[in-house]
Design a protein around this ligand. Sequence first.
Ligand SMILES: Cc1ncc(COP(=O)(O)O)c(C=O)c1O
Length: 407
Amino acid sequence: MKELEDVMSSAAGSDLDSLADALARYVRSGRPLSIADGSGVIGQLERRLGEVLNLPNPLTFASGTAGLHAAYLALDLPPGSEVVGAVNTFHASLSPAVHCGLNAVLVDVEPDTGNVSPAALEAAIGPRTRCVTVTHFLGHPAAMEEITAICRARDLRLIEDFSHAFLSTLEGQPVGAFGDVAVGSLQARKTLVAGEGGVLATPHAELYERAVLAGHYRGRALALADERLRAFGETGLGLKMRMHPLAAVVALVNAEQLVERVAARTALLQRLSRHLGDVPGVRPPVVRPGADMGGWFSYRPQIQLRELKPGVGADDYLRRLQEAGVPAHYPSIGPLHEEPLFTGTIPLQAAVSTWRPRVCGPLAGAAAFSKGRISVTVTGRDTAKTIDAYAQAFADVSRELAVRDAA
Ligand SMILES: Cc1ncc(COP(=O)(O)O)c(C=O)c1O
């Protein structure tokens, strides 16, 4: 750690000058641009991630998708095993399963949080089901008490995708600490940014070592404790998914003020939610008791169509908000059961006989969650003043378009 102090010493904030400075120092120092053994800036980032996220044995990857691919490989499930996940997660929570001979089962979500519904998940379990993948959607922790109970009772492995939920907790426990293995993306739109990158964490030594072998060779793969696995250290399992050291520098700079940044964002979004709680025609995002939203990946209120005047729709409400200066838009990710990867025949001969995703309807929860759902872009440049201005714009638009006593 010592040897990197001079590189990181300028990284006091996540502003562009600090970032440029840290990157320039790293490059000028002649430090490695490829690290196979988990030393240097990669090891430093992994230690930091362990501290900040409070998760065991962090292992970095080139992307969240690569980390999830390694997680599925590490679980070593029989070919044709089913992985159950939410119909409205980002595809990569489930899609790496294609390349592991597994199959995806898409199930409904809860109408208030958009997280996988424990009841739908349980109903979808069949004889080939071996794994559940939970995405803590938009930062809201999934219903882990019920889900872990189902996994225990049915002997299913549990992957947690916490890409949206850095620093989110449920009853004080960090997300990522409930399952067998957890993966988070450090891609540029996430709460902790490497640019491109991912992190996997697991309390199980065997899964950790298998995840190393899945995406890393030589270096740390030759140092594995398990002799059987170490024998493959020179080649790994044939794939290379390790993080670029410059991405690790970016992540370390951004990790510096992560906790403060998240606290500031949380305060602003709670302020907006308090305001919106009084506005007819719209509801702030639900935060269930016991849940802490961490970095609030995205702020998504819901237009209440039944509270709008006759003939007024969500499009009208959104357009008026935008005209009033609110940076609001419809969310960009649609449900997975509308994507060809999850409906059609895959154009990949190697997977065509194993990849036959099942969709378990009805998907009433997903429809209810997304109806009238909009996203408001709140960034590090926002202040209490801009938040209050957005809230005022919501109130003005509702005064015009909503039925006054609806709430
Ligand atoms: C929930 C979720 N899982 C996985 C990923 C994949 O991460 P990456 O883009 O780093 O591969 C993303 C990225 O957007 C995501 O939102």
